[in-house]
Design a protein around this ligand. Structure first.
Ligand code: NAD
Length: 421
């Protein structure tokens, strides 16, 4: 339960549209293309009947949305969460379109979701849901059509089942159908850490802009999954004092700085922060208002809203999650002078290394971790500078700067392709 949710601010697709509209206006996008880019290309809803371990039959709902294919195959994760809605998947798909364009990888944007609670499913049930869902969306995915990846509630193991199910249907091995796979199945070195590493890179760049030394900064991180946990680890490695981290069960805080290796060891064993002995317990809502220099929301959407934005004390907000800030909260953060690194830039390290994975799978030739990290560094720094330049040039915040950069690239590709009639 998120106490800061505000009625009318919750719909992520509307939140995406609100920012898109501002960017489109500043870019002077003509009306026809404005409507094209606002509308998802394709949406598929599938029923997923599955026998549960107790013998009962349950029907889950799955979605796959392809927002844009203008710049390449759709690309985007698959989310398993009880709160997945079609509008959420639409928003996440559109964010992938802008994100891929911001880091300039040759993909469009897509996203998938299954309404289920992975914490309540056995491994065998997860596998049956995954395989049936993939069979259901089989016609629209493929290495040249739409390439899924992990998101909340899914991981490398789920990606392996996706690859196998797809391979069984097409009757040949196809590693490039999905990214975020285990290394043994054509995954890329550095993919698991990529989103967190990208967040570290943009945080470092932003601290340079703000003329702050990381070793004098403190941070709080919401979320202890792939993105939150790994980002917290990398920030601590930079010398930043990470004083709080949370998961769905709440947060732990230690003003002296958390012992990140100990937190990670506990998470690896218990898979939850519950039971971690050191530090104090606070709520997720309290974590967001801690007096820290850097705040990294890396769990879910709509956690900073018009209700709590004024209470955010951090001067640097680095969006690990997609859509953690509502459109109404943007204005408040701008007025407070918070330097925001928006989701479509900040967490783009994941899709960037997913792109590297897809390239390596297609070549059948794999890079060292050093090479992957070096290429990621180059692309994230370039995207960061492009966004900050855009924001300066058009006298807007980084979020609208990032949207302008992404929307402009997609609009140009869409116009060049023309309208097939
Ligand atoms: P994950 O499932 O690995 O971890 C999610 C974390 O958030 C867990 O610690 C969970 O307990 C916590 N959480 C879930 N619901 C919560 C709630 N309501 N309140 C507080 N905490 C909650 O997921 P992830 O892959 O780390 O993804 C997190 C966010 O980052 C999502 O918004 C996702 O779209 C985004 N993202 C992920 C990637 C990636 O590579 N995995 C890339 C880009 C963006």
């Amino acid at each position: 339960m998120n106490p800061n949710q505000v009625l009318g601010e919750n719909n992520p697709f509307e939140a995406m549209h609100a920012r898109f509209d501002l960017a489109a206006k500043k870019l002077g996008l003509d009306e026809g293309f404005y409507h094209i880019l606002r509308t998802p290309d394709r949406e598929l809803t599938v029923a997923i009947p599955v026998y549960m371990d107790d013998g009962s039959l349950q029907v889950f709902t799955g979605y796959r949305v392809q927002h844009s294919l203008a710049r390449g195959p759709a690309k985007g994760g698959i989310r398993y969460d009880p709160n997945v809605t079609l509008d959420e998947v639409r928003a996440l798909a559109a964010w992938m379109t802008w994100k891929c364009a911001v880091v300039n990888v040759p993909f469009g944007g897509g996203k998938g979701g299954v309404v289920c609670d992975p914490r309540k499913l056995s491994m065998a049930e997860m596998e049956r849901i995954t395989r049936r869902y993939i069979a259901g969306i089989m016609d629209i995915i493929g290495p040249d059509r739409d390439v899924p990846a992990p998101d909340m509630g899914t991981d490398g193991r789920v990606m392996a089942w996706i690859m196998d199910t797809y391979a069984m249907h097409v009757r040949h091995a196809s590693t490039a159908i999905v990214t975020g796979k285990p290394i043994e199945l054509g995954g890329s070195q550095g993919r698991i850490e990529a989103t967190g590493r990208g967040l570290q890179i943009v945080t470092r760049e932003a601290l340079q802009v703000l003329k702050r030394d990381p070793r004098t900064c403190s941070a709080a991180v919401q979320g202890a999954g792939n993105v939150g946990q790994i980002t917290a680890h990398f920030l601590a490695q930079m010398g930043i004092k990470v004083i709080a981290i949370s998961d769905i069960t709440g947060a732990i805080v230690d003003e002296k700085g958390l012992d990140m290796p100990a937190v990670r060891a506990h998470l690896a064993k218990a898979r939850t922060l519950e039971g971690y002995a050191a530090g104090e317990r606070i709520t997720n809502a309290q974590l967001l208002e801690l007096p820290v220099d850097i705040l990294v929301p890396a769990a879910t959407e709509n956690v900073i809203t018009s209700r709590n934005a004024a209470n955010v004390k951090a001067k640097l907000l680095v969006e690990g999650a997609n859509g953690p800030v509502t459109a109404a909260a943007d204005k408040i953060l701008d007025e407070k002078g918070v330097f925001v690194i928006p989701d479509i830039l900040a967490n783009a390290g994941g899709v960037t290394v997913s792109y590297f994975e897809w390239v390596q799978d297609r070549m059948g030739y794999f890079w060292s971790e050093e090479e992957v990290n070096q290429r990621l560094e180059t692309m994230m720094v370039k995207a960061f500078n492009d966004v900050v330049d855009m924001a300066r040039r058009f006298e807007c915040g980084n979020r609208i700067g990032a949207y302008m950069l992404g929307v402009d690239r997609v609009a140009k590709a869409t116009k060049m392709r023309g309208i097939y009639a």
